[in-house]
Ligand binder design. Structure first.
Ligand SMILES: Nc1ncnc2c1ncn2[C@@H]1O[C@H](COP(=O)(O)OP(=O)(O)OP(=O)(O)O)[C@@H](O)[C@H]1O
Ligand SMILES: [Mg+2]
Length: 354
């Protein structure tokens, strides 16, 4: 809008100059130079305040990403290392050979959305609110199997339109396991090794797929590892990669029989391990701290006790990972307020029971 106004203003100056004296080449050149200078200044000024696809707004901070994952993500050593390596390799290259495609798999509440958010926060100044980060949720955006052809067209348009605006665009596909079969194959051309498609280069974009696919097998493998007495941190990516690959290809939904797997277009399969009670307690600690509440061992255990654990024999893993921790902490804080009894000299208040 403002840009159009500047253009109009420049045209009016041009026509006034032309009206005063015969249009000489000199005047035309000066006007053209002034116009481009003003437009460039306008763009620079605009990008100071509004998000643009430039280094001021799209600014990968790999050190920050590594620190944040190491500090905030609990119990996911395979995720931390793989994500940092993959993102670093891709964003450091001015000419990546293809788009980066990460496929996150695992039990509920293990941190798949959490990690996507942390990645967005360290690639874009506005994080998940950036106009260059797009989240698709299968049950929301692709709910009807019968409309798959419409979704395919929309997906192509969305991807093309957004990458045309900014090469360094990130697409997150959540609930991949609930996506109509075959839909994801639509993205194949954009994540393949083509230098450009109809004048658009897609190789700087990042695709992240989230699903619970393979979650049962990952859990089984993690349990076996634990039963053999080995430390969790000794579980290696290669122990899990095949499990996920086979699971993702054969479990219904999302990547089921997908050509993305067949053609090796997925840069990395990333396993999220089921979280143990000790990890849940770390999530509780973080949440209490974030809410400015004192942390005590008693509180950590109290919240951790509120969640359910499996398998029946040893109750090793949290059924909901860290997913319901924040809600449980809120309830606990509320309960504390309600049971807080006035004692003379403590400065406390009698709770309003009305
Ligand atoms: N490994 C973790 N470390 C720290 N916090 C975590 C972890 N996993 C989950 N959380 C916390 O729990 C919340 C919910 O997790 P998240 O939504 O990322 O799980 P998910 O893996 O996407 O689950 P689902 O498969 O059900 O979608 C996160 O916002 C975060 O606060
Ligand atoms: Mg999720």
């Amino acid at each position: 809008m403002l840009r159009a106004a500047v253009l109009l203003w420049l045209c009016s100056i041009g026509s006034q100059v032309a009206a005063l004296e015969p249009v000489s080449t000199g005047v035309a050149v000066t006007t053209a130079l002034a116009s481009s200078f003003l437009l460039a200044s306008y763009d620079t000024l605009k990008c100071q305040f509004y998000e643009c696809c430039d280094a001021g707004w799209v600014k990968p901070n790999i050190t920050g990403l590594a620190l944040s994952l190491q500090r905030r993500l609990h119990g996911q050593h395979l995720v931390v290392n793989t994500v940092i390596r993959a993102i670093k390799g891709h964003v450091k290259s001015h000419n990546p050979e293809k788009a980066l495609v990460l496929s996150f798999h695992g039990w509920t509440g293990g941190g798949k959305n959490f990690v996507s958010r942390i990645i967005a926060e360290h690639l874009y100044a506005l994080g998940m609110d950036s106009k260059y980060v797009h989240l698709f949720v299968s049950t929301l955006h692709f709910p009807h199997e019968s409309q798959i052809e419409t979704y395919k067209d929309q997906l192509r348009e969305w991807i093309k339109g957004n990458v045309t605006q900014c090469g360094r665009t990130m697409f997150i596909f959540d609930e991949m396991d609930k996506m109509p079969d075959g839909l994801i194959d639509t993205v194949k051309p954009y994540i393949d090794h083509y230098k450009e498609i109809n004048g658009v280069d897609y190789r700087k974009s990042i695709f992240i797929f989230l699903s619970n696919t393979g979650g049962n097998d990952i859990t089984k493998k993690t349990l076996e590892h634990w039963q053999s007495g080995l430390p969790r941190e000794e579980l290696a990516l290669k122990d899990m990669e095949e499990v996920i690959n086979i699971g993702a290809f054969n479990e219904k939904g999302g990547l089921w029989h997908s050509s993305l797997i067949e053609k090796n277009l997925i840069s990395a399969f990333i396993p999220f391990l089921p979280l143990e009670r000790r990890h849940v307690k770390l999530c509780v600690r973080d949440d209490l701290e974030a809410k400015g509440h004192p942390v005590t061992e008693e509180l950590l255990s109290k919240v951790a006790d509120e969640l359910l654990y499996f398998p029946q024999e040893n109750k090793l893993f949290s059924k909901s990972g860290c997913k319901r921790v924040s809600q449980k902490v809120d309830l606990l804080i509320e309960d504390e307020k309600d049971t807080f009894v006035f004692q003379p000299g403590t400065g406390g208040q009698i709770p309003d029971t009305g």
